[in-house]
Write a protein that binds this ligand. Structure first.
Ligand code: NAP
Ligand code: ZN
Length: 383
């Protein structure tokens, strides 16, 4: 049974000690609330592929140990003297950001995710003298939601709408907003989904959210492009069309079919071969955070007036709007709750490209059943 050994280290966390990305249980320090902060007892945290990218070195992070997790749902345990939005006992969520400058054009426009000083929920290094209330015990980097508690400025905390189950609420704060934001721009803000066709490449955690959101926006046809036939049955249960894109003929048949493509694939893949499924003037939105450059011929863009764009989560106002949209349309992600001891297995599955569409959500109350370590255990990661 885990017990906390050190007064300054007041929370348990699950995280990685090096780029092997094996998850161990260790202790971290979470600060008392500052005037504008909210302390949260975390109940559930969704597992996003970004958690793997951060822990396995894909993104160049080299500061250990690190607890990932940015799909956080929990209950407020304390508030600072100036906090106005939240009360103790309220159900809240935290997504991918915990701070930004609040002054720049981006922050003023509610696009905090593009603020040059945005601080991510995990893996962000604070500039010297800043963020004292959120650094890890050694003052290195932020630690995320695979932990029992977190302290965050109220600006980056969200109300969980009445009736929304805490088990899946956190998923909306990354997978939800990341897919909502481009669909909002391309569908909702352009007259709605009637007559539109949307394709989603990669049927994982983001992919399943994109299907549900696109359907709720009234999109006529939502199609999943997955590598093989394996996930066809699940796609048809969600009422969407399916293309196994390893079959070149199926891709050819879909030439010039879609208004928008959301690409959620987590590993390098041949984007050029998928572009022709877009109608003339269509947009190919890259969501998968793949660092490796890819090649696209200018000719395929010119002759079809294609746009290729990226999209990064969403700002604070759009995130609250997305939560309310999901509550209104009763959108429930595909998910399963797992015990903390199963997290390593899911991490491996994601890194091997074998994750299923259901988002895994860690029941954070099970963290206390793991052995607490100071460094990696000889006999392997948490189980
Ligand atoms: P996930 O659940 O692991 O799903 C990724 C999907 O990509 C898999 O289900 C699989 O789909 C496909 N895939 C995996 N390996 C592949 C390979 N080697 N070749 C081709 N396809 C492969 O991941 P996720 O949580 O949805 O995240 C997806 C990506 O989005 C990650 O890179 C993550 O970091 C990124 N992300 C970006 C943002 C943003 O703001 N832009 C926010 C959150 C996450 P099929 O089995 O159907 O082929
Ligand atoms: Zn994420």
């Amino acid at each position: 049974m885990a017990t906390l050994s050190n007064a300054t280290k007041n929370a348990l966390a699950l995280g990685s000690f090096d780029t092997k990305a094996e998850l161990y249980c260790f202790e971290i320090a979470r600060p008392e609330v500052g005037p504008n902060d909210v302390s949260i007892h975390i109940q559930y945290c969704g597992m996003c592929h970004s958690d793997c990218h951060a822990c396995n070195g894909d993104w160049g992070l080299d500061s250990w140990p690190i607890a990932p997790g940015h799909e956080i749902a929990g209950v407020v345990t304390a508030i600072g003297s100036s906090v106005s939005k939240f009360k103790v006992g309220e159900k809240v969520g935290v997504g991918c950001m915990v701070e930004s400058c609040r002054n720049c054009d981006m922050c003023q426009d509610g696009l905090e995710q593009h603020c040059p000083n945005m601080i991510q929920t995990y893996g962000s290094i604070f500039p010297k003298g800043k963020g004292d209330n959120m650094k890890d015990a050694e003052g290195n980097h932020t630690n995320g939601g695979y932990s029992t508690a977190i302290t965050v400025n109220e600006h980056f905390v969200f109300h969980i709408p009445e009736g929304m189950d805490m088990k899946y609420a956190g998923i909306l704060l990354c997978a939800g907003i990341t897919t909502y934001s481009p669909l909002n721009r391309h569908i909702l803000q352009k007259g709605g989904g009637k007559g539109k066709k949307v394709a989603i490449v990669g049927f994982g955690g983001l992919g399943q959210m994109a299907i549900k959101l696109a359907k709720a926006m009234g999109v006529d046809t939502v199609t999943i492009l997955s590598r093989s036939d394996k996930k066809k049955e699940q796609a048809s249960k969600l009422g969407c069309e399916y293309i196994a894109y390893s079959n070149e003929d199926s891709v050819k048949e879909a030439t010039r079919s879609f208004d928008v493509v959301l690409d959620t694939v987590s590993a390098p893949h041949d984007i050029a071969s998928l572009l022709p499924v877009l109608k003339v003037g269509g947009a190919y939105v890259l969501l998968g955070a793949v660092g490796k450059p890819f090649e696209i011929s200018a000719m395929s863009l010119i002759f079809n007036r294609y746009a290729i764009e990226g999209s990064l989560i969403g700002g604070v106002p759009e995130t609250q709007e997305m939560l309310d949209f999901c509550a209104k349309h009763q959108i429930v992600p595909e998910y399963r709750v797992i015990d903390a001891k199963e997290a390593n297995q899911q991490f491996k599955a994601m890194m091997n490209g074998e994750s299923l569409a259901d988002r895994c959500v860690i029941d954070i109350s099970t963290l206390k059943n793991l052995e607490v370590v100071d460094s990696k255990l000889e006999n392997g990661p948490a189980q």
